[in-house]
Write a protein of this length. Sequence first.
Length: 265
Amino acid sequence: MISCALTIAGTDPSGGAGIQADLKTFQELGVYGMSVVTSVVAQNTTGVQGVHHMPASFLTEQVRSVRYDMPIHAVKSGMIPTVDMMRAVADQVEHIDAPYVIDPVMVAQSGDELIEESAMEMWKERLIPLATIITPNIPEAEKIIGTSIHSVEDMREAAEHICTVLGASAALIKGGHRDGEALDVLYDGSEWEVFTAERIDTANTHGTGCTYSAAITACLSQGHSLFDSVRISKEYVTAAIRESFSLGHGSGPTNHFAWRKERSI
Ligand SMILES: Nc1ncnc2c1ncn2[C@@H]1O[C@H](COP(=O)(O)OP(=O)(O)OP(=O)(O)O)[C@@H](O)[C@H]1O
Ligand SMILES: Cc1ncc(CO)c(N)n1
């Protein structure tokens, strides 16, 4: 049977981030993609021009439409902008017997805030304990744990805190915002792995975080182990950045054709 993955996230009409990036990633990795919209976002490579949130009850209705009818082999969430929506997502994900990937989206690449300030407590209380893996970048991890992160050792400590104190099964701290090589730290409560790739000199990194977490979700839906899922996804996102498109007037999008092209599939 085809593997089926669900994304619960906001939209990007310019096609680089959010649900659009997630569905492209699922497709390229051979997974049947399904999507629930939290917020319709007017955005492009230059920034966010406007947002229009779904009522939380309608988010619930959308997830029910999927889970009452379709198999779900893995689920991810991205932008969940309000406390009510976080509660609705937690209530629904509790009924889904499949790996759950949290990309704790807080700000767009352009610096625009994408969630309510008060949402952090709900995140910690209801969502993080449900996570098979959570994938914060460094600024997101700093907000979650409340201390600043400078070194790889700090990244390790953040991952450990998120697992042992906040209750996620695993945490992947992404170092895309540091200088030097693109280094991410994964901890699953007992084992560590550091994933590195060369830093690609490009401004076209719109949607990298969405692409990475969607690839992890796709791999988990196919039954790969957590560590293999991150390994494959790191290769996927690095290829997508290496061949990213200079489209639009700002930070261009990742290239989802790159992974298969580099493997001549
Ligand atoms: N210039 C780059 N070259 C190579 N890899 C990169 C580069 N920038 C980011 N990455 C990698 O891309 C992945 C996504 O990380 P990043 O920290 O950019 O996520 P993010 O900030 O959540 O993304 P977004 O901008 O979509 O919110 C990580 O594996 C990171 O190491
Ligand atoms: C909808 C959405 N989710 C996530 C991001 C972060 O890249 C974005 N820009 N837009």
